[in-house]
Design a protein around this ligand. Structure first.
Ligand code: UT7
Length: 333
């Protein structure tokens, strides 16, 4: 059977207009710009506005159009949509189906939502790679679109300072016969013994949103920050090392490390563990905070558009999130 190599054909991203600074938050909760910067590296975050169409599917439309244009394709060249959203537009139809309509795709391509929290986009890339490799699909739109502000309790200083809204998109397709682009290696895991450290239990089938839930303020996410922090550092570093080794690349062969943008201290601790120089790490957590599964594709898109990442570069990407899900990918761009 003929196998194809997978290439990132184009990327795009969308950030809502509205900026919420740390000082804005300190007017509402007992926190300060200094505390947030020292503990997280975050200066500000973006917050979506539904009245401006900034829903998960609405943000995804804008990011996807840029990715499709960068790939030199038209919307009907997309033959599958894979979309990660921790909180979708609604339970059904899936957000990817809504996106298909918003993009004006008329070829009836399959659409699928996935929830692996912050690891969602990283989870989807190896899946898209497998389908492209075998020829099952040709051009797959892989999206992370996140509206965390919809379940972020703005009165809980333990969580609300950390998150922002955004969307990142990539079109994955076949590399040409003479091109080097390929996905070398990937690893995906979930350690469910840590699943209770980051949860939103209300709103699903087991705990419907009732008046009682709302009266008890249970409609928001809850987090054990320190446990997540520790697990994030060890898991991301181990996964990054594993995929680099499987790709037979030494650390000096990696041109760019694109980690999940959760906390600058986590990013620095991971970088130190597997010895990647600071200059090779893509960071935007200061501007956008943690945008869950949008964080890696947004950082990737910005680094490509700014000219940092060039064709032929070796990229290493890693993420972790509720579950605890985690994953890493090593590829030639
Ligand atoms: O994609 C996955 C999403 N989740 C994460 O990535 C979270 C990972 N964890 C973290 O990023 C960090 O654990 C946090 C930033 C959440 C917290 O930082 P920390 O250094 O672990 O602080 P801490 O929880 O140990 O809290 C230290 C102190 C506490 O006060 P006391 O008990 O020492 O008096 C907290 O009550 O800081 C207090 N505190 C705050 N103070 C000002 C907690 N949140 C705040 C706040 N502003 N926003």
């Amino acid at each position: 059977m003929k196998l194809f190599n997978t290439k990132i054909l184009g990327t795009g991203s969308y950030l809502p207009d509205r900026i919420v600074t740390n000082d804005d938050l300190s007017k509402r909760i007992d926190t300060s710009h200094q505390w947030i910067v020292e503990r997280t590296g975050i200066h500000q975050r973006r917050v979506a506005d539904l009245s401006k169409g900034e829903s998960p599917s609405g943000m995804a439309k804008e990011a996807a159009l840029k990715a499709i244009e960068a790939a030199n394709l038209t919307v009907n060249d997309i033959d599958m949509i894979l979309l990660s959203a921790t909180m979708p537009d609604q339970a059904m139809p899936n957000t990817a189906a809504v996106l298909q309509e918003k993009l004006g795709i008329t070829n009836n391509c399959p659409t699928l939502d996935v929830n692996a929290a912050c690891s969602g986009w990283i989870y989807l890339v190896p899946m898209a790679d497998a389908m492209i490799k075998t020829g099952l699909y040709k051009n797959i739109l892989v999206i992370g679109s996140e509206m965390l502000s919809s379940f972020n309790n703005w009165d809980d200083r333990n969580t609300c300072i950390l998150f922002g809204d955004a969307c990142g998109a990539a079109v994955l397709g076949r590399a040409g016969e003479k091109e080097d682009s390929r996905i070398y290696s990937s690893v995906l895991t979930c350690d469910s013994t840590k699943k209770d450290h980051l949860t939103l239990m209300a709103g699903g089938a087991c705990k419907r949103t009732t008046h009682e839930i709302l009266n008890n303020n249970e409609q928001w996410m809850t987090m054990n920050g320190q446990q997540i922090f520790k697990a994030a550092v060890t898991t991301m570093a181990a996964h990054a090392e594993k995929v680099a080794k499987e790709a037979e690349l030494a650390m000096e062969d990696i041109d760019w490390f694109i980690p999940h943008q959760a906390n600058l201290r986590i990013i620095e601790a991971v970088g130190t563990r597997f010895n990647i120089p600071h200059e090779k790490v893509i960071i935007n957590v200061d501007k956008y905070a943690n945008t869950s599964s949008a964080s890696v594709p947004v950082a990737l898109d910005e680094a490509i558009r700014s000219g940092k990442i060039k064709r032929g570069d070796n990229l290493l990407m890693a993420a972790f999130g509720a579950g605890l899900t985690a994953g890493a990918i090593c590829l030639k761009y």
